[in-house]
Design a protein around this ligand. Structure first.
Ligand SMILES: CC(C)(COP(=O)(O)OP(=O)(O)OC[C@H]1O[C@@H](n2cnc3c(N)ncnc32)[C@H](O)[C@@H]1OP(=O)(O)O)[C@@H](O)C(=O)NCCC(=O)NCCS
Length: 342
């Protein structure tokens, strides 16, 4: 399947094109790019063949060189896909290629892989990708502070003065989503309900919950962005894997930059788990992610940026529609950290 545009033709990439995909990423990011899976032709070949990643590529007029790419990568077995690895060669920018690649994936690839939700960690170093998100039905549901190390510099984009935060944007493709029984409280509840509302997903009272996640607590380490991820479930107060000491040890061993604590939003004890997380670590609101848990449960991601140099809020560029969210996330993180130091 392929489609011609002004100066380039779009198509889905096969496993044999892995080396060209890597070539484009290297031309854009030079030596430092934190996601090793997208720099290894072997891993790309395997992941395309296994259906774990789908790439759209744009070729220039000669139909030889790949000049643009964007991918959908499976995040969970429950139909959540991440739109990522979006790069357009510096020589062919501002012609609408990125928008076309993104739309092509949403139309031609997503239905075939059973994608029910798509999300992106959308950079805040420029607004192009955020505008594309708004134009195609993505909704901002959070901001991950300092997501990308500042050493990651894209050709043609201003060198970042601090780690690049990412706006989390979510899009629903599922025609009739399951109503959610949100058991969170306070501001977390309000923010998640706002996100559900914007995504046109119904929320129902606890009693009508169709499914109560029984997630068990565990931790993992995300090597690429150096994040410790803690998932809190029913056994949170007794789980040895998620004690503050165990988490600190894991983070210290890997020189973690980020701490994420995930709480299933429909867990019967979600509000209590959030309380526990806030008591154990100064974590604050991060983002809402549908179907992101290992059992397909929706999660609230709480976060803490572990790098001691504070982030400058005003250097984090967001579309007007996300400014309130950005500022609220900052205000909350500031209040908690000041409180923790005092
Ligand atoms: C972000 C990136 C992929 C955009 O690629 P691109 O092909 O230049 O993007 P587009 O052309 O679709 O959109 C860029 C701008 O051109 C405009 N544009 C779209 N179609 C156009 C056309 N036919 N003619 C002229 N301008 C056009 C868009 O309106 C957009 O303007 P905006 O800044 O107001 O949103 C590219 O800059 C890049 O590779 N950056 C480095 C990697 C990166 O940041 N990736 C995103 C990670 S989330």
């Amino acid at each position: 399947m392929s489609m011609r545009t002004e100066a380039a033709s779009l198509a889905l990439a096969g496993p044999g094109e892995a080396a060209q995909l890597v070539g484009l990423l290297r031309r854009c990011y030079g030596r430092f790019f934190p996601f090793p899976a997208s720099l290894s032709p072997t891993r790309i070949r395997r992941s395309i063949a296994d259906g774990e990643v789908v790439y759209a590529v744009a070729r220039d007029e000669g139909d030889e060189r790949v000049v643009g790419q964007a991918a959908l990568e499976r995040t969970s077995a429950a139909g959540l896909w991440e739109l990522n690895r979006a790069v357009v060669d510096e020589t062919v920018r501002d012609r609408g290629l990125f928008g076309q690649l993104g739309r092509y994936l949403l139309t031609h690839a997503l239905p075939g892989v059973g994608g029910r939700y798509v999300y992106g960690h959308v950079v805040t170093s420029h607004l192009h990708a955020q505008r594309f998100g708004l134009a195609t039905g993505f909704v901002p549901t959070g901001l991950i502070l300092g997501y990308l190390p500042r050493e990651m510099v894209a050709a043609g984009i201003e060198r970042p003065r601090q780690d690049t935060s990412a706006l989390v944007m979510v899009r629903r493709s599922e025609p009739s989503p399951r109503p959610r029984a949100v058991t969170l409280e306070g501001d977390d509840r309000r923010r998640v309900l706002e996100a559900l509302d914007a995504l046109e997903i119904r929320s129902v009272s606890d009693e009508r919950a169709r499914r109560r996640p029984r997630t068990t607590s565990h931790t993992s380490f995300h090597d690429d962005v150096r994040a410790v991820r803690v998932v809190l479930g029913a056994d949170a107060s007794t789980s040895s894997a998620t004690t503050p000491a165990a988490v600190e040890e894991l983070g210290g061993r890997h020189r973690a930059r980020l701490l994420w604590v995930d709480v299933p939003i429909e867990h019967a004890r979600a509000a209590e788990l959030v309380e526990l997380a806030r008591r154990r670590w100064p974590v604050t609101y991060g983002a809402y992610l549908p179907n992101a848990g290992s059992d397909g449960e929706d999660i609230l991601r709480l976060q803490r940026y572990l790098v001691p140099t504070p982030l400058d809020r005003d250097a984090i560029l967001v579309v007007d529609e996300a400014r309130g969210l950005r500022d609220a996330i900052f205000a909350e993180a500031d209040a908690v950290l000041v409180g923790a130091v005092a």
